[in-house]
Ligand binder design. Structure first.
Ligand SMILES: [Zn+2]
Length: 213
């Protein structure tokens, strides 16, 4: 079972990918994790990727694809995998498709965790974190006992730059421009499945399990 997860940053697709991996016994392949692993292990691919990152440049699609294909060729991926964070663009999706076709294989499900932008902005901009111990809160969903103060260590909570409304809106804009076309791509292939991502994560997961069987 080969699955691609789609959804905006903050939609919760990483959480769902982990739950799918655990239930179906297939690896959760997150591009972030495989980049870090290749760099940490000093592989040739990792060295190449690092040379771009050190310059502050984006890792080219072609290299990202090679790192991904190297990962899914490993034994533990033989029965399937859940891709999280890949493909991000149409060229990446096309290369993945072409490589899988060569192996007489294909993506079985593209699961789009659908959450309207307003909800994502509300979710993310309500996050607060403790600069001292790393605990995280949400002003509505997981509020600290005393407003603005960490329950665990008493430090003043902050809003990370990543969680500021403007940053979130910019990320969503990039997402819609770049990743939204992937939804159309997988729809044309007949493998797209939309799930409502506005409900709690257990309910989202139940909907996904219904689709995967
Ligand atoms: Zn703290």
């Amino acid at each position: 079972m080969k699955i691609v997860m789609l959804g905006a940053p903050g939609a919760g697709k990483g959480t769902q990918a982990k739950m799918i991996a655990a239930k179906y016994g297939i690896p959760h392949v997150s591009t972030g994790d495989i980049f870090r692993a290749n760099i940490k292990n000093g592989t040739e691919l990792g060295k190449e990727a690092k040379s771009y990152m050190d310059k502050g440049a984006l890792v080219p699609d072609e290299l990202t694809v090679r790192i991904l294909l190297d990962r899914v060729a490993q034994d533990d991926c033989a029965k399937g995998y859940v891709l999280d964070g890949f493909p991000r663009t149409i060229p990446q999706a096309e290369v993945l498709d072409a490589e899988l076709t060569k192996l007489n294989d294909k993506i079985d499900f593209a699961i789009n965790v659908d959450v309207p932008d307003e909800n994502i902005v509300r979710r993310m901009s309500g996050r607060r974190s403790c600069p001292s111990c790393g605990a995280t809160y949400h002003i509505v969903h997981i509020p600290p006992k005393q407003e603005g103060v960490c329950d665990k260590c008493g430090a003043a909570l902050v809003q990370r730059d990543d969680d500021k409304e403007e940053t979130v809106k910019n990320r969503l804009k990039v997402y819609h421009e770049q990743t939204q076309p992937l939804i159309d791509f997988y729809e044309k292939k007949g493998v797209l499945q939309n799930v409502d991502g506005t409900v709690d994560s257990e309910e989202v997961f139940a909907a996904i399990v219904k689709i995967l069987g």
